[in-house]
Design a protein around this ligand. Structure first.
Ligand SMILES: [Zn+2]
Length: 265
């Protein structure tokens, strides 16, 4: 009888533990961005604890780990295939902010970027600050065009956007309001790699010098010199303890207006 009670007690404890773990995992899957979970092959207990900590501490400072969001602007381009492959080979994903005309020119790359687990957002039609801010609705309307193009290629939608040259100082309050009210999530960056005007080695040096803090939103572009050191960039960030993640659709946006970017406010 005693032994039987003991066995029952052990069973109850085991079942409770299973229930708690299962519940935490469900919570993680529901409340964190779905792309991240879609790319996870397994969820460890430390992931669950870490995810919970992110929900509690919604600010930019994190206590349980360092995160780097690699964001890649201006594509897709002839360099897209290789960048996606390098990310895949390193078992990480990035966020690609794509220009409308380039999505039309490289539709297979749009599909493949998404298929490999990366996030895709929009980066305007004109990439021209004079046209983007011609009226207070122009920028918002450019993102609507991107959305249509993306939907026609992939059947999906995205709310993630990045304004060419950042959301300050060019964007007016009215333009910003129209973008936000349309439901778009505007992302700026914490670290501009300036890769467009750098050699590969200069680019890598810049990142090694300035990639600091608990969270990095790194801005790079689909450029030849960037592709050449993308593998090194990823390996460096990993060696510094960063978890490299794509931006999630349900994630709180971080930009120069809402005070969520620590280093440039
Ligand atoms: Zn750009």
């Amino acid at each position: 009888m005693k032994l039987k009670n003991k066995l029952i007690a052990i069973s109850i404890i085991a079942m409770s533990l299973f229930a708690v773990t299962g519940c935490s995992n469900n919570k993680s899957a529901n409340e964190n961005d779905y792309e991240r979970n879609a790319t996870l092959t397994s969820t460890t207990l430390s992931d669950v604890i870490y995810d919970s900590s992110k929900e509690i501490n919604k600010g930019p400072t994190k206590t349980y780990g360092k995160v780097a969001y690699i964001t890649i602007d201006d594509g897709p381009s002839e360099y897209n295939d290789e960048m996606v492959k390098i990310l895949k080979d390193n078992n990480v994903n990035a966020t690609f902010f794509m220009v409308d005309g380039n999505m039309k020119a490289f539709p297979e790359q749009v599909k493949n970027t998404l298929k490999q687990g990366n996030a895709i957002g929009f980066h305007s039609v004109t990439h021209d600050i004079h046209k983007l801010y011609k009226t207070d609705m122009s920028a918002k309307e450019e993102f609507d065009v991107c959305q249509e193009t993306f939907k026609s290629i992939t059947g999906e939608t995205s709310d993630l956007i990045r304004l060419p040259f950042g959301s300050k100082p060019y964007t007016s309050q009215a333009s910003y309001d129209n973008i936000v009210n349309a439901g778009y999530k505007l992302w700026d960056w914490t670290l501009d790699s300036e890769d467009w005007k750098s050699t590969s080695s200069q680019l890598l040096s810049t990142i090694k010098k300035y990639a600091k803090g608990d969270e990095i939103v790194l801005l790079i572009h689909e450029r030849k010199q960037t592709v050449a050191v993308l593998d090194d960039i990823i390996k460096y960030l990993k060696s510094e303890g960063y978890e490299i993640l794509p931006i999630g659709q349900s994630q709180q946006e971080e930009n120069y207006w809402n005070g969520k970017l620590g280093s440039q406010n």
